[in-house]
Design a protein around this ligand. Structure first.
Ligand SMILES: NC(=O)c1ccc[n+]([C@@H]2O[C@H](COP(=O)([O-])OP(=O)(O)OC[C@H]3O[C@@H](n4cnc5c(N)ncnc54)[C@H](O)[C@@H]3O)[C@@H](O)[C@H]2O)c1
Length: 299
């Protein structure tokens, strides 16, 4: 298959590209390297440096290549950026997705859109399924939901085009962790806990998440890529093994021999985010790696 991966220099994208190349797919990566790392792009993939907001850059990547499938991952990710850089988050995430739809139409490609459980905002009723309502707090309080709202709009645009006949699948990876995940200030929870000393827990740390091992998620993504007749369907690619952030910090602190402190609460941090994973029966996938197995592999 010919596959275009936007954001293919990033955490999830670079692992996906490795898996596609390994099974013999022809892969083009479109990434502006604003956050991804060129070193992580598989040498057997073709790399086009460009911005997903620019349709001319999409044409550079697609002209003559005509991808069968586009995996649209390029986005502004990283919890702290959602409030601090809300304008950029909305611009890249919404306009990049609009351009991905335009490219899928022009090049007659299947589109796989990378949404997020954050698209549900602060919905408290768990587990989060395809019928759950998105709940966003008033915008004057904080702008954390720039990200979740941008993913919600992305899903909305995808459903709109799917209804008109484009083959579009939606995936919501759930707190994925593994090698190459950045542990800097804008990083994600596991990598930050792996690198900081002492480990800082936000607020009381009783908020829970389900963490999913990267290679499990990649397996799910390949199934969404390969199966026929999935247009308009959305998959929560996650584990439903829940852990509080305090327990996670304590576990990692013990493995690393460091301490734990409590810091400020993040704006709009939901108390619980448990995915409903029953829709994954359709792709015959479930997360198999336990947190203990994943963390020890990571270490
Ligand atoms: N990692 C997770 O747990 C998780 C969970 C839910 C959803 N997602 C979604 O999956 C996708 C990938 O996430 P990730 O964790 O790999 O993030 P990441 O930040 O590691 O990767 C994003 C990539 O997009 C690129 N990019 C950013 N802006 C761009 C632009 N304007 N033009 C071209 N490239 C641009 C970056 O350089 C980077 O390589 C994102 O859409 C994210 O919202 C990830």
């Amino acid at each position: 298959m010919r596959i275009l991966v936007t954001g293919g220099a990033g955490f999830l994208g670079s692992h996906l590209v490795d898996a596609l190349v390994a099974r013999g797919d022809e892969v083009v990566v479109l990434d502006d390297l604003s956050r991804g790392d060129k070193e992580h792009i598989n040498p057997n993939a073709t790399f086009i440096q460009g911005d997903v907001r620019s349709f001319a850059d999409w044409e550079k990547a697609c002209d003559g290549f005509n991808p069968d499938v586009i995996h649209h991952l390029a986005a502004i990710n990283g919890t702290r950026r959602f409030h601090k850089e809300a304008d950029l988050v909305v611009d890249v995430n919404v306009n990049g997705t609009r351009m991905s739809l335009r490219a899928a139409k022009k090049f007659n490609s299947t589109l796989i859109f990378y949404s997020s459980p954050e698209a549900y905002g602060e919905q408290e009723s768990m587990p989060l399924n395809n019928e759950s309502t998105s709940v966003f707090t008033p915008a004057h309080l904080h702008q954390r939901h720039s990200y979740g709202a941008s993913k919600h709009i992305g899903e909305l645009l995808c459903q709109f085009e799917s209804r008109k006949g484009l083959d579009i699948r939606i995936v919501r990876p759930c707190n994925v962790y593994g090698p190459r995940l950045r542990g800097d200030d804008n990083g994600q929870v596991v990598s930050m806990m792996m690198e900081s000393n002492p480990i800082e827990v936000h607020g009381d740390g009783l908020q829970t998440r389900s963490l999913t091992w990267i290679h499990d998620v990649i397996e799910g993504l390949l199934k969404v890529n390969d199966k026929a007749n999935l247009s308009g369907k959305a998959f929560n690619l996650g584990s439903n093994e829940e852990i509080s952030m305090l327990d996670l910090a304590t576990k990692i602190a013990k493995l690393r021999g460091v301490g734990v402190t409590h810091g400020d609460t993040n704006h709009g941090d939901s108390r619980r985010r448990l995915p409903d994973v029953s829709m994954n029966k359709e792709i015959e996938w479930s997360a198999r790696t336990t947190l203990d197995e994943g963390l020890s592999q990571l270490l």
